[in-house]
Design a protein around this ligand. Structure first.
Ligand code: PEP
Ligand code: MG
Length: 884
């Protein structure tokens, strides 16, 4: 197995093996762009290292060979005392994980080569010693777990001893002394001296980067972003170039388009006389990239040309990192850039207009999850609240909450259900838990490419950064005369960058207004709405899956239809038994005689009929699947504990209330140890005479009524929880009789089918299909029963641990477990269709609106997915993406 690739040997399609950074460095190298030479150690080497816990056979020899080639190319040897080659050792996984893993710069420096570096830099001792102290600091923290604050303290001590505030005010002698102090810190924590052998530095740094794949924050980030746990990171060993050699040097990041809005132009930040991560970390305030033109026109022009080349080559927005070393431009990284949801849609549409991509490709470049983000509400500014300050709108959305100043506090306060805004000077990867817990993030430093901005955008979380009028301390921040303390409420607008005191009301998104029909799609002044319209229309043209909705009221059905639903896939009738109708259900349950029971059912029937008619009207012409009642009836009764206490108290006062006594007896009688596996679904219909019949009658009558109005009802009666064909046959026989008497000659066709939500149903689907005109997969129950864990109890109980252990990457109740539950779906689909060609197949569990699951259902060959009204547009987009 080959573990090391020279940059010239790779290309952008090798991300699995070389990581995103390595693959793109290779691509740029082969495009002839100015990339410092180097090589990439593969993700496979990392995987082997993590599996073995020690070195990887054969890796050292390959590194020797590639290092020798690199030395040859550079005309310098690694760490040569006279004229040293220095390298950076950079992580780079397949998926970008900003700041989550490690990087070590200036590898190759030691007590001798530091002088050689000074000579290379034209006798610049200060620069050489500064580079050396940075190496000890980064190496110490990353490779040897030396606490970072110890180095920071030594640096602060050096500055206060000299009476200066800024690092740049330390001279060469100060930095030489600082190196001595750092070495002491290093030795104290590690028990050995800082390694002087350059090759040993390289190997240790490489292994540290491998290990950083499993750092806590990286694990957490992967879980958030649903990145698989076993990919590993590649390691890029790159010849160092220096942005901190003086005023004619610097480092920067740039986007070929605005990653927040998609607007074309030049977006980026530049920091002169700076190295490495200084820009991304937001440590010093940066200059807008446009200012580079003034500072160094030649490099600026070259950069613009390279950016155009990259956009043309990747046919997409690219982000880049670059360094200028004494007027010479070097490209350190590029990738197809992260962007906000709004930018994803607008950029995709722009690129179609520019003839760069076609609509199929545009559809691939957006996701249902991004569309979901665009459906969030925004601030309603009609009351004209005045903002207290303005930063950079780094990740859109509207968020308000109580101010907190630490990640830990954010987690703590959010756990009590209170929304929080995490306020920091700048964030770093250790703040990740707080960023996840917070509603929004506000920082006083850093640009659109700071850690806070990049991570928040990735999470779809509102973020304002670089609000530099704010003075942030550990328990408050001030803007002029205004002081905001922990616990005060503020609102932040991630689009405009404005910060408001107090809670600003929010208004719905334009995209939702468009779906509601309140906004014209072509409104030229809203490119986002126009882009969404264009792309979702294309998705509708391309998709094979129909998208229905889960709705049980007329208004819900109407909204879903406006959102594009093509019918109802699940109308849960039990919701129609709640509120003031509960009393009728109680009467049904408590009935002692047949007459009492029939009376109770007779009272329910017209109410149900009216419900159904409402829904049929809203969905006129479209199929409406009505599920007969499913939950155990005692769910409609008071709780055993409460009732027992109530009756006991009555007894103590010498009272006897007959209704309560009867109710208590009934609740006791109906109590079940495992209600989800008890008397529910089809079992209820077979045990309680007249219950299903009443519902079937109400459906048939409502359908006939709509047909009489000239409408076109398309009811589908769905029997829940079937596990054996005989259950379905029994219900079906009774239902058909009732339908025949009610429908008569009317032009009404009513289908009868079943849910597949018990594993046995999936495994005997061939038999069940004989009695079913359609199947609808109830993947909530199917997941519950296939795994044997309770959907109502387990998520909080142990899923966190399962996620932590990687037993699953995401809750199987959220996204379909393709291997297990999905296999049951596949078997049922195949065997059902074999028995009854053309059998209609759909899904109505929560998975029907989950992007990944929609792709799975497309691939299995279902006819439709059904999801909550709000997720209908998401399913439309994803069904389209699955088809192109
Ligand atoms: C299901 O089990 O997937 C389903 C849709 O039914 P419910 O969620 O009502 O049990
Ligand atoms: Mg169910």
């Amino acid at each position: 197995m080959k573990f090391v690739y020279d940059f010239a040997e790779g290309n952008k399609d090798l991300k699995d093996l070389l990581g995103g950074k390595g693959a793109n460095l290779a691509e740029m190298t082969n495009l002839g762009l100015p990339v410092p030479p180097g090589f990439t150690i593969t993700t496979e080497a990392c995987q082997q290292y993590l599996r073995n816990g020690t070195h990887v056979d054969g890796l050292a020899a390959e590194i020797d060979a590639h290092l020798a080639a690199l030395e040859e190319k550079m005309g310098r040897r690694l760490g040569d005392p006279a004229d040293p080659l220095l390298v950076s050792v950079r992580s780079g996984a397949k998926f970008s994980m900003p700041g989550m893993m490690e990087t070590v710069l200036n590898v190759g420096l030691n007590d001798e080569s530091v002088d050689g570096l000074s000579r290379q830099a034209g006798g610049n001792d200060r620069f050489a010693w500064d580079s050396y102290r940075r190496l000890i600091q980064m190496f110490g923290k990353t490779v040897c777990d030396v606490p970072g604050h110890e180095f920071e303290k030594a640096l602060d001590d050096a500055k206060s001893a000299k009476g200066v505030r800024d690092d740049v005010q330390l001279d060469a002698d100060d930095l030489r002394a600082l190196v001595t102090a750092y070495k002491k810190v290093f030795a104290k924590h590690t028990g050995h001296e800082f390694p002087q052998d350059p090759r040993e530095q390289l190997d240790l740094a490489t292994e540290a980067v491998f290990r950083s794949w499993n750092a806590d924050r990286a694990v957490l980030y992967r879980r958030q972003e649903r990145i698989p746990t076993d990919l590993g990171t590649a390691v890029n060993v790159v010849a160092m170039v220096f942005g901190n050699l003086g005023a004619d040097s610097g480092t920067g990041v740039a986007f070929t388009r605005d990653p927040a809005t998609g607007e074309q132009g030049v977006y980026g930040d530049y920091l002169s006389n700076a190295q490495g991560e200084d820009v991304v970390a937001g440590i010093r305030n940066t200059l807008p990239l446009a200012d580079l033109e003034r500072l160094d026109k030649r490099s600026y022009d070259e950069l613009m040309q390279i950016m155009a080349t990259l956009e043309g080559h990747y046919r997409d927005l690219c982000d880049i990192e670059f360094t200028i070393e004494r007027g010479k431009l070097w490209m350190l990284q590029t990738r197809v850039g992260k962007r906000t949801a709004a930018a994803a849609f607008t950029i995709a549409a722009q690129l179609v207009d520019e003839g760069v991509i076609d609509l199929d490709e545009a559809l691939h470049r957006v996701t249902g999850a991004q569309l979901a983000q665009l459906m969030f509400p925004r601030f309603d500014l009609t009351s004209d609240p005045s903002s207290v300050t303005r930063g950079i709108g780094a990740s859109p959305g509207a968020a308000y909450g109580q101010v907190v100043f630490t990640s830990a506090r954010a987690v703590e306060v959010a756990a009590s259900g209170t929304p929080v805004i995490l306020v920091r000077r700048e964030t770093n990867p250790d703040d990740l838990p707080g960023m996840i817990a917070a509603n929004g993030i506000l920082t006083s430093r850093g640009g659109k490419t700071s850690h806070a901005a990049v991570v928040a955008r990735g999470m779809g979380k509102t973020c304002v950064c670089g609000a530099d009028e704010m003075e942030v301390s550990s328990s408050s921040f001030t803007i002029g005369s205004v002081t905001v303390r922990e616990g005060d409420t503020i609102s932040i607008d991630g689009t405009s960058g404005r910060v408001y005191l107090g809670e600003v009301p929010v208004r719905p998104s334009e995209v939702v207004q468009y779906f509601e029909g309140d906004l014209e799609p072509a409104s030229a002044n809203d490119p986002l709405v126009a882009a969404v319209h264009r792309i979702i229309t294309h998705a509708d043209e391309k998709r094979r899956l129909t998208v229905r909705t889960n709705a049980d009221t007329g208004p819900d059905a109407a909204r879903a239809r406006r959102f594009g639903a093509q019918g109802i896939g699940l109308c849960r009738t039990e919701h129609m038994f709640l509120g003031d109708r509960r009393e009728l259900v109680e009467r049904l349950i408590l009935a002692r005689t047949e007459t009492e029971r029939d009376d109770a059912l007779a009272a329910l029937q017209p109410l149900q009929r009216a419900d159904f008619l409402d829904i049929f009207r809203e969905m006129n012409g479209l199929p409406v699947t009505i599920r007969l009642i499913d939950p155990p009836l005692h769910e409609f009764l008071p709780s055993l504990e409460e009732l027992a206490v109530k009756v006991a108290v009555q007894h103590e006062h010498g009272q006897r209330v007959e209704h309560d006594e009867q109710m208590l007896a009934a609740v006791r009688r109906m109590h079940e140890q495992n209600p989800m596996l008890g008397l529910r679904g089809v079992r209820l219909g077979l045990v309680i005479p007249g219950l299903f019949a009443m519902q079937v009658r109400a459906i048939a009558e409502a359908a006939v009524a709509l047909a009489a109005e000239g409408g076109r009802p398309r009811p589908e009666i769905m029997v829940p929880l079937v596990g054996a064909v005989q259950e379905l046959e029994t219900v079906r026989a009774e239902a058909e009789k009732i339908i025949a008497t009610i429908v008569g000659d009317a032009d009404v066709d009513i289908l009868i089918g079943t849910m597949i939500e018990v594993p046995r149903a999936a495994l005997t689907a061939g038999q069940i299909a004989e009695a079913a005109e359609f199947f609808s997969f109830g993947t909530n129950d199917l997941t519950q029963m296939a795994w044997g864990f309770s959907r109502d109890d387990v998520e909080g109980a142990f899923f966190w641990r399962y996620l932590e252990l990687g037993i699953f990457g995401i809750s199987p109740f959220e996204s379909i477990d393709a291997d297990g539950v999905g296999r049951l779906v596949r078997i049922a689909a195949e065997e059902g269709r074999a028995a009854r060609p053309g059998l209609k197949l759909g899904v109505c569990g929560e998975h029907g609106g989950d992007p990944d699951s929609v792709h799975f259902f497309h691939e299995v060959g279902l006819d439709y997915v059904s999801c909550s009204p709000f997720r209908v547009p998401i399913a439309r987009i994803e069904a389209g993406r699955a088809a192109v």
